[in-house]
Ligand binder design. Structure first.
Ligand code: SF4
Ligand code: SF4
Length: 98
């Protein structure tokens, strides 16, 4: 199990496109359901600024949740980070797949 420091997730909001893949990957990996309400990450839409902003719940930031994409099992990269195609989410120390 990775500790909190190793699991630190860095957010680059300027790269977020609001696609919500991260939300769906989290919910699907845990529940087998495509329901963003079950995810530990939420994408806040800042309508006035035309931007999207990823926000994690504190549990996600405190320790590794254990959810990984099937193709990334054993990497220690959470499903939300592994599913982001735009480098808006990153693990401190790299995502292990570069
Ligand atoms: S953080 Fe990544 S996967 Fe999530 S909405 Fe933004 S661009 Fe999409
Ligand atoms: S860290 Fe884990 S629980 Fe939190 S949003 Fe990412 S995949 Fe979901």
């Amino acid at each position: 199990m990775l500790n909190a420091l190793q699991n630190r997730i860095i957010i680059h909001p300027e790269n977020c496109r609001g696609c919500r893949r991260c939300e769906m990957a989290c919910a699907w990996t845990d529940q087998g359901l495509v329901n963003p309400r079950l995810a530990g990450i939420r994408i806040w839409k800042l309508e006035d600024e035309g931007k999207d902003y990823p926000v994690f719940n504190q549990l996600c930031l405190d320790s590794f949740c254990g959810k990984e994409l099937p193709e990334e099992r054993g990497s220690g990269v959470p499903a939300c980070v592994g599913s982001c195609l735009f480098n808006a989410l990153e693990m401190a120390g790299g995502n292990g797949n570069e």
